[in-house]
Design a protein around this ligand. Structure first.
Ligand code: FES
Length: 169
């Protein structure tokens, strides 16, 4: 993924492909309620920008959705799924909430941090992996679990973690 190029005025703030994706979501809401599309719009822009949202991108989205910049920032900073600084090619979100903790997330975290040589909120030197600690991801029945990019991996063991890391390139 390459970094998003912002262009010109409101009608050309984003590339045609991105505008089409944003407009598809905007069309799902009643006229004048385009700001309701802010959550999927942030996802679209984050995906198009190597996994993170710059201030300029959020400001451009505020213009596009005709909403206050602060309202876009509030959404982007509230949810852990948005990144406000550059991340690695792959993102690992490890749940350490109660069910996962009771079923061994501490061992999983220790294994991950040992193998990757980084802690939470950090990215490996080669830019391959960013490691994050997250709250419950709603997969408690498969605890302990993690999310690798968009996919959930449940009932983790250190062997399963090794297989996941070995599969990253
Ligand atoms: S506590 Fe980990 S997914 Fe719910």
């Amino acid at each position: 993924m390459s970094e998003l190029q912002l262009t010109g005025d409101k009608d050309s703030l984003f590339t045609a492909d991105i505008r089409a994706q944003l407009d598809m979501w905007i069309a799902k809401y009643p006229e004048g309620q385009q700001q309701s599309a802010v959550i999927p719009s942030l996802h679209i822009l984050q995906d198009a920008n190597a996994g993170w949202l710059s201030k300029d991108i959020m400001k451009a989205l505020a213009v596009y959705l005709d909403m206050a910049e602060i309202s876009v920032f509030e959404v982007a900073t509230f949810y852990g799924m948005y990144e406000l600084s550059p991340v690695g090619k792959h993102k690992i979100n490890v749940c350490t909430n109660i069910s996962c903790m009771l079923r061994g997330s501490e061992e999983i975290v220790e294994h991950l941090t040992d193998k990757l040589g980084i802690g939470f909120g950090e990215t490996t030197k080669d830019g391959l992996v960013t490691l994050k600690e997250v709250e419950c991801l709603g997969a408690c029945c498969g605890a302990p679990m993690l999310q690798l990019n968009r996919d959930y991996h449940e009932n983790l063991t250190t062997e399963k973690v090794d297989a996941l890391l070995d599969g990253l390139s």
